[in-house]
Ligand binder design. Sequence first.
Ligand code: FEO
Length: 399
Amino acid sequence: MHCLKKITDNLTWVGGNDRRLAMFEGVYSVPDGVSYNSYLMMDEKTVLFDTVDKAVSRVFFENLTEVLGERTLDYLVVHHMEPDHSFTLEEVVLRYPNLKIICNAKILTMIKQFFDFDIDSRAIIVKEGDEISVGKHQLKFYMAPMVHWPEVMMTYESTDGILFSADAFGCFGALNGAIFADEVDFQQNYMGEARRYYANIIGKYGAQVQAVLKKIVPLEIRLLCPLHGFVWRKDIDIYIEKYDRWSSYTPEEEGVVIAYASIYGNTENAAEILASRLWDIGIKAIMFDVSVTHASDIITAAFRYSHLVFASTTYNNGIFVSMEALIFDIVAHNLQNRTVAIIENGSWAPNSGKLIRAELEKCKNMNILENQVSIKSTLKKQQLAELDAIVDAIAMTLK
Ligand code: FEO
């Protein structure tokens, strides 16, 4: 017996929570755990929407059998083949051999890549706009490529207005007994993790998220059921607006993220003076030591704020290692529409500024300020005017 959560009279959350995972996808820390959501619909047909990661397979099967009772499983809808949602797929087939799997053609290909069981005889292939009735519930399928893999699709159930949104609208953090976002203080306690999840997992695919939003915004969505985190039944429009903002690379608020790489504290000192001068004129500045803070956290802040400053020492005639990783990651995540300033340091051949600039020029619509401070070992008093020139340039671009 485990923690089953009723979503509607006919829909139950049968997923599980992993609170011992160190790094999600091997990259992102999840100090508050993560949930793997699976939903079971009981109608004339029984329908399971996605499975779960291996970490929670036992609780998942106990939940599934508990809700099914004497009934068997008729359909499994697969929205996404990443193993955090598909690892237990084969075991489901073994337990319910007469099951039909509803998926699209790309998902079918991936099922064959991940597994060796006979999928062709039990697959029902759907494409954009196809519909299947399972009793009083009507399922309609929407393709959502690259949100966050190429095969992803979503299902809209029109009777109760439920959107099964795959990874989209997910959030890091285990569900600690609550299932609906409105049961907790989401804005205060979870929006940061939702942003970190979006920026790092889906952030690269803004154009594809925009394309999906155009499909789903006209739908009457009364329940939003993602594969991670809470189910939404209130304020869905607010969360969709966040996705619109994040996926269009529009800053949420004005402020300056100062990411610095400093071996002996001299570059940090320049970054701190800059932050101080920004605060002096009422501009919010947030400092991150790239050697201490994981790049994924800084990328999250970069998605939130309007301005970025990179201050880096030169290392092996290049960008300092942890700063280089951050810069590459920002470019990989396709960040756009930001104003950027650069400070470099180097005791004999400062070179990191030029290299950072060259990388960031690969991003679209980046306003990289010409004002660039080049420090040799330590910031000198006569260079304060150069820092102030950056402050002035930033101030000029703020509303
Ligand atoms: Fe939660 Fe892309 O898997």
